[in-house]
Design a protein. Structure first.
Length: 98
């Protein structure tokens, strides 16, 4: 298992809309092969910023299976127009804890 961490920033003042869009998008990503679960977090100090914690079977499950598959455009359609810029995304291996 790997974890994808994404930092998504809304256009100024659109944090509520970003949150709503990401909730809908989570329903889409949960259908992807290799998806193991996720938790989305909204920043308290900057409510226009969200952190996405998404568990995948592998980097390939995310990058090839999901990002190059038919679900990715549906996923992005729920929030892409609300983003202030491209998200910051990286993959991590868990070495302690959940």
């Amino acid at each position: 298992m790997i974890v994808e961490i994404g930092i998504v920033e809304a256009k100024a003042g659109q944090g509520d809309q970003l949150e709503a869009g990401l909730k809908k998008a989570r329903e889409v990503i949960s259908q992807a092969d290799g998806y193991q679960g996720s938790a989305f977090h909204r920043c308290i100090e900057n409510p226009d910023r969200c952190i996405l914690y998404i568990k995948w079977d592998s980097v390939d499950a995310h990058m090839k299976g999901f990002r190059e598959g038919p679900l990715f455009p549906q996923w992005r359609a729920h929030f892409a127009d609300l983003m202030a810029g491209p998200p910051q995304v990286a993959h991590y291996e868990v070495f302690a804890g959940d």
